[in-house]
Design a protein around this ligand. Structure first.
Ligand code: MSP
Length: 511
């Protein structure tokens, strides 16, 4: 049904003026889980991440560090790339906005907009925040600052403008015709009311600094960093070569995953730029919530910024991925605390899942000569458990299509719970002497159910899932979702010696 349908998924490209932290890791892990899920589900996937390297903020940070902006960008972009390795991120491409392919795409998009009469030269005066790289209306300021709390400065300069005001009705028609284009619902409502409130033309060039892509034909100006940054999504598809096979295949079947703070850029400016250039707007933008840490906003000044490496060193990569995606609904804000991490990992991974797998595999190893047991004709209770396992893919797929990672995992863990109850009820250890044939039936049923779990959790905990599939001797070519129905465990297959897959954490380590 879904075979070969293209799926393009993107993270925001991360600013290089900040070291990678938990917040960045969150979006990237979520996109990775989705990319892996879609690949296993037979979709043709392109997964893009990267770094956003231009703008006044980077220019200032580089100056403060006493190096050139490019050297500065190289350094931090490298740190973001390291995080993709650390977290087992399976991106197909890592884009940097300082690459020639990107300059070419941004300038081509500019020329296209210009030739269509969407850009004009005017004078800008207004409030600008360097930290947010965003313009604000007087009416949006709170106590003389941006609504985000950032400092703003009064800017007056000659600027190029994009005729955003002309796109209000067409943007509203786009939201109307595509109910899934902006999610979750709260974000969608905010975007629609922002657009209904009226749009002003957008300043899209700057002359007061130079670290950016020059405006074609007027190199006094550099292109506004958001027009530059957003274009990365099509640079990576080969734009401006619209007949590039990737562009044709993947645009506009894209999911842009972004933080809630940058939804407006992705769901108002970006679709307007694209439509104005004669291109399709994105199919879907999903805005994830924000993490606080032990009840507080993460900030350098509080010294509570969590580097992804610290988390992975403490808990391991799979547990970190699992916690981030299981703990919160993806669109909601939530709090990160070591107590919550330990409680969640012990309950779900070590106890419910890890223990189940370990118990079953150890019994098979001991009581069935270390080979997949011969089940014979299964009983009603066995069929009932397997039937539940078989419904999982369909349900998990629906949740993944809606970016409801926590529900996808909850759905799998509901059946993990049933498998645990079934194990207690059937008590295979008690059947060892009294009814070994029945014991083999029960152990087969459990091993086959665990194969479903191990296959379905691959997008979330890829290493643990691979280990478990190894322990079930599932061939590497039979680990995609099509194999769930097609390749049940074969009785008689020899299994390697079982090993625990999830560690238990005794107490919350110090932060
Ligand atoms: N460079 C822009 C994005 C351009 S996309 C064309 C940018 N970069 S950023 O590095 O500042 O932020 C990247 C992402 O990290 C955003 O989606 C932001 O929401 C997310 N997060 C930053 N702190 C966060 C938390 N504390 N929690 C969750 N996500 C957070 O914006």
């Amino acid at each position: 049904m879904t075979a070969d349908r293209p799926f393009f998924i993107t993270t925001p490209i991360y600013y290089v003026n900040d070291q990678p932290h938990l917040g960045h890791a969150y979006t990237t892990v979520a996109c990775d889980a989705l990319a892996r899920f879609m690949r296993l589900d037979g979709r043709r996937v392109k997964f893009l991440t990267g770094t956003d390297e231009h703008g006044q903020k980077v220019e200032q940070s580089a100056r403060a560090a006493g190096i050139s902006p490019l050297e500065f960008a190289d350094r931090i972009s490298g740190a973001f790339r390291d995080v993709t390795r650390l977290l087992d991120i399976s991106q197909d491409d890592f884009i940097r906005t300082t690459e020639p392919r990107h300059t070419r795409a941004v300038q081509a998009l500019w020329r296209e907009l210009e030739s269509r009469g969407e850009i004009y030269l005017g004078r800008f005066s207004g409030w600008y925040s360097v930290r947010d790289e965003a313009f604000y209306e007087e009416s949006e300021l709170v106590d003389g600052k941006a609504p985000t709390g950032a400092e703003v400065e009064w800017l007056e300069e000659e600027n190029y403008f994009f005729r955003l005001s002309a796109w209000q009705d067409r943007l509203l028609a786009y939201y109307e015709a595509n109910p899934d284009a902006v999610a979750p619902r709260g974000g969608r409502n905010e975007v629609i009311s922002f657009v209904k409130g009226g749009l002003k033309d957008l300043s899209i060039s700057r002359t007061s600094f130079s670290w950016g892509i020059p405006v074609p034909g007027n190199s006094k100006h550099v292109i506004y960093v958001w027009l530059d940054a957003l274009t990365n999504y099509i640079t990576a598809l080969g734009y401006p070569d619209e007949d590039s096979s990737e562009f044709a295949m993947f645009w506009p079947t894209v999911l842009h995953v972004v933080g809630k703070d940058i939804l407006r850029f992705h769901s108002v400016y970006w679709p307007a730029f694209l439509m104005a250039a004669g291109l399709e707007p994105p199919r879907r933008v999903f805005a994830n919530g924000w993490w606080t840490v032990e009840g507080q906003k993460m900030s350098k000044s509080l010294g509570n910024v969590i580097p992804p490496k610290q988390l992975v060193d403490t808990y391991g990569v799979d547990p970190v991925r699992y916690f981030l995606l299981r703990e919160l609904p993806f669109g909601s804000d939530g709090d990160f605390s070591h107590r919550a991490v330990v409680a969640r990992l012990n309950a779900d991974l070590a106890n419910d899942f890890g223990n189940l797998a370990q118990r079953v595999l150890v019994m098979i190893n001991r009581e069935c000569d270390g080979a997949v047991p011969e089940p014979g004709v299964l009983a009603e209770a066995d069929e009932a458990l397997l039937a539940n396992a078989r419904t999982l893919l369909g349900n998990v797929r629906i949740h993944m299509q809606e970016q409801a990672f926590h529900l996808a995992l909850e759905t799998i863990w509901r059946v993990v719970g049933e498998a645990n109850r079934y194990t207690d009820e059937q008590a295979p250890w008690a059947l060892r002497r009294s009814d070994p044939a029945r014991m083999r039936m029960v152990l087969y049923t459990l091993a086959e159910t665990i194969r479903y779990f191990a296959t379905l959790v691959q997008p979330f905990v890829p290493n643990a899932a691979a280990k478990l599939l190894d322990q079930l001797a599932v061939p590497v070519g039979s680990r995609d979702f099509a194999a769930l129905k097609q390749a049940p465990l074969t009785p008689g297959t020899r299994l390697p010696k079982p090993e625990g897959i999830f560690p238990r954490f005794v107490e919350a380590p110090a932060a």
